[in-house]
Design a protein. Structure first.
Length: 433
């Protein structure tokens, strides 16, 4: 049987399993192991199913994932997101749409110590949404701001998606983290501009809050010292070469624990709850990683990667034409697939294409991560939107999607800017020794 036909059949079966709600990691594992066995023998297929998960979960490089997840869990339990929102509101609340601006800046700050878009969206829904609704913001716009702000979690380091991309492509993860900083700040700036434009057209939807005194503003900054300390310690330590990415993850988790205990924010029950929550998140991530690796063996034996690379490189549309084609494909996948699964499934295929066309691997990592963030807020399967809807059940999915649409436009503009000016992503990594 033709290998290309089998490869196409594998993708058809994969999407069919996803359509009937089989978890993405399980679906990729079934297709990968089954397809590999079909092309070789059931003996090798079963051995692959036995050995690949063990190799994955015992790989030292992947230990960075549970550590950063644990750091985010301790930070969430310590109430750092609430402190960031209060400080942002003290400085920005009196502007038009001040609570929305405070939410965006608080999301950016929390992303810098959390690394998870879903966790950022969930935390800020509990913290910021009641405040915005009480102030008279429409539920659609308020939830849209939170959904968009949550996407900063996988752009501003530390980011699990950057870690996975770095491992798959053998790129320096610390450089990837540095490359994500300025695009993350650009995202905050464009979101702020979006809020201001909406406030200019519809001022009645964004009331101004009370102006805080300078004493209150400076006092609010004292509450966020823990967030700043943790960020500078982890990211600054990596940038200065004090410790590796894996050591930074471990130090960050321990630092978040010690800060929470020292401030009286973490007792025994909360520490245990954070550990359990981290275990669940890590298990979900590793299920997808294992499934993707099994599917990757199937793609390798069918020579799908080599065939796709050759086809795209030979297209008469130029490097940026191929890049545009790939990004359109990501937009389509992002509407139906989890962002981690997208990275694991597609990067082994598209990365050789981009390198063959002469693109910078660090810059391309930023472009890919930024593109998959759109999947977190795009219909019909935007993970951040579903998380917010699960907390604010009285706000419909349609209303949240309507509120997030202006921010999707801002993200598309940011993607165009990063494609036109690659130095935005590369200037910080190039300063590293």
């Amino acid at each position: 049987m033709d290998k290309a036909f089998i490869a196409v059949g594998g993708f058809v079966v994969l999407f069919a399993l996803m359509a009937i709600r089989v978890p993405i990691g399980v679906a990729m594992g079934i297709v990968g192991a089954g397809g590999f066995a079909l092309l070789t023998d059931w003996g090798p297929g079963l051995r692959l199913l036995m050995h690949s998960p063990i190799r994955t979960v015992t790989d030292y490089n992947f230990s960075v994932i549970p550590m950063f997840v644990l750091m985010g869990a301790f930070a969430s339990a310590s109430g750092m997101s609430r402190e960031l929102f209060r400080a942002s509101n003290a400085w920005l609340g009196h502007f038009r749409g001040g609570l929305a601006l405070a939410t965006i800046f608080a999301c950016g700050g929390f992303a810098a110590i959390n690394g998870s878009s879903v966790a950022t969206a969930a935390s800020m829904t509990n913290v910021a949404l009641p405040e915005m609704r009480q102030a008279g913001y429409s539920p659609s716009f308020a939830t849209g701001v939170i959904a968009a702000g949550g996407t900063l979690g996988i752009m501003i380091p530390p980011s699990t998606i950057f870690v996975i991309y770095g491992i798959l492509t053998e790129q320096d993860i610390t450089r990837l983290f540095m490359a994500g900083l300025l695009p993350g700040f650009l995202a905050i700036g464009l979101y702020v501009a979006t809020v201001q434009v909406i406030g200019w057209y519809r001022p009645d939807t964004m009331p101004r809050g009370p102006r805080h005194s300078w004493a209150e503003r400076w006092t609010s900054l004292r509450d966020i010292w823990a967030t700043l300390l943790l960020f500078v310690f982890v990211i600054g330590g990596m940038y200065a070469g004090m410790f590796t990415i894996t050591e930074a993850a471990g130090m960050g988790a321990v630092g978040a624990l010690l800060i929470g205990v020292a401030r009286g924010r973490l007792d025994g029950s909360e520490i245990m709850a954070s550990l359990v929550d981290s275990l669940r998140t890590t298990a979900a991530i590793f299920t997808i990683v294992i499934g993707a690796f099994l599917f990757g063996y199937f793609l390798t034996i069918t020579q799908t990667t080599q065939n796709v690379t050759q086809f795209l490189v030979e297209l008469p549309i130029g490097p940026y034409g191929v890049l545009t084609l790939i990004l359109i494909g990501y937009f389509i996948l992002g509407a139906v697939m989890d962002e981690l699964a997208m990275i694991l499934l597609t990067v082994p295929i598209v990365f050789p294409v981009m390198m063959g066309l002469g693109f910078d691997p660090i810059w391309f990592g930023v472009i890919i991560v930024m593109t998959v963030t759109l999947g977190l807020i795009c219909p019909p399967v935007g993970m951040n939107v579903f998380v917010i809807n699960s907390i604010a059940r009285d706000v419909s999915l349609i209303s949240i999607y309507r509120g997030v649409m202006p921010f999707i436009a801002a993200d598309i503009l940011r993607l165009a800017i990063l494609c036109a000016f690659p130095w935005i992503s590369l200037v910080l990594p190039r300063t590293m020794g």
